[in-house]
Design a protein around this ligand. Structure first.
Ligand code: MG7
Ligand code: MG
Length: 320
């Protein structure tokens, strides 16, 4: 593999250069290895929509980390916790857990294996608190609906394009699945190509009984929990993957896919920017600092879409 050869391939008609993608040249868009990003983008563009899939986190990845009007967006758990009909001591107890464990979650210094133990404790205790009382899911819908406008700018357009191009989207959330699905439905982005894998409330004899298994916490949400499920097959035949997340653990959401896959990881960094920068740069291919839009994934999809249109101008699937 000589220099000449790689130059030739880069001079090919239609080769995409990073410099020509404005969204990737913004000040707040950082890349550890722009050449690698360029290579993967070209693989994506050549492979077309039929080889693509998206794996995305939900909380503060599909929803905003910061809104224009300054209103805080609750997490999917937060939406549930703010339901008025929950028992008196519930909110108090759940807040105690939050104040104990959230600082650990975002601690830029604690090693991940140590954090994992704490996160399992948190999710387990949270499930125990959400047990033994009646709960009407209509209340959750009502709460979730209030935040249907708190999605990143461009989310509708992105999900519409993904739907049109038949690109499967896996929303992988360590939060509460009921809130995720409800919010996405009310925001009209819960298209048939979207699948949510998360923690869903379990009911027994009409009473709440914690979460359904398996527990999905921020550090085990990857292919291993999908094994045997209906989504597994799909994930394994689509080898061009865009991963999106706001937490370091999100970068590994595609762990377990075949080694030959091409994975582009996009990380939305907001908290402790300075302290986290190095870790995010190592974990994600593209790090977006305080970016409250879907501009970058939209731009990548547009490139894939344009090339696809050029090849199949009449919307043919290539079999004609
Ligand atoms: N998170 C995790 N747990 C809870 C909880 O019981 N209550 C609240 N309010 N938040 C929780 O998308 C997953 C995010 O949900 C938060 C068990 C964590 O901060 C995690 O990042
Ligand atoms: Mg998140």
């Amino acid at each position: 593999m000589g220099v000449t050869e790689s130059n030739e391939s880069q001079d090919r008609v239609g080769y995409v250069h990073i410099q020509d993608i404005p969204q990737l040249n913004q000040e707040h868009c950082r890349m550890r290895d722009p050449q690698r990003v360029e290579r993967i983008i070209n693989e994506f563009v050549c492979g077309g929509p039929e080889r693509m899939q998206i794996v995305s986190d939900f909380d503060y990845t599909i929803t905003k980390q910061r809104t224009d009007d300054g209103v805080a967006v609750p997490s999917s758990f937060g939406i549930f916790n703010s339901c008025k009909s929950l028992p008196d001591n519930f909110k108090e107890e759940i807040d105690k857990l939050f104040h104990k464990y959230h600082p650990i979650e975002i601690d830029p210094h604690m090693p991940i294996p140590e954090k994992v133990q704490y996160m399992i404790e948190w999710w387990t205790q949270s499930g125990k608190l959400a047990s033994g009382f009646a709960f009407d899911l209509a209340e959750l819908d009502q709460m979730a609906g209030q935040f249907r406008h708190a999605l990143r700018d461009g989310t509708h357009e992105l999900f519409q394009a993904l739907q049109r191009l038949r690109i499967p989207v896996l929303v992988f959330s360590a939060g509460l699945g009921n809130s995720v699905v409800s919010l996405m439905q009310q925001a009209n982005i819960m298209h048939p190509n979207v699948k949510v894998v998360s923690n869903f409330l379990r009911f027994r004899d009409g009473l709440l009984d914690g979460f359904q298994e398996p527990m999905i916490h921020i550090f085990n949400k990857n292919e291993t929990v999908l094994e045997g499920g209906e989504y597994y097959e799909l994930v394994h035949t689509r080898d061009h993957i865009i991963v999106m997340g706001d937490s370091l653990g999100d970068a590994d959401m595609a762990a377990g896919v075949p080694a030959s896959s091409h994975i582009l990881r996009i990380g939305f960094l907001f908290h402790h920017v300075e302290a986290n920068m190095e870790k995010y740069m190592n974990a994600f291919d593209i790090v977006l600092v305080d970016d409250q839009t879907m501009s970058v994934p939209q731009a990548l999809l547009a490139l894939i879409d344009n090339r696809h249109q050029m090849r199949h101008p009449h919307g043919s699937n290539g079999t004609a």
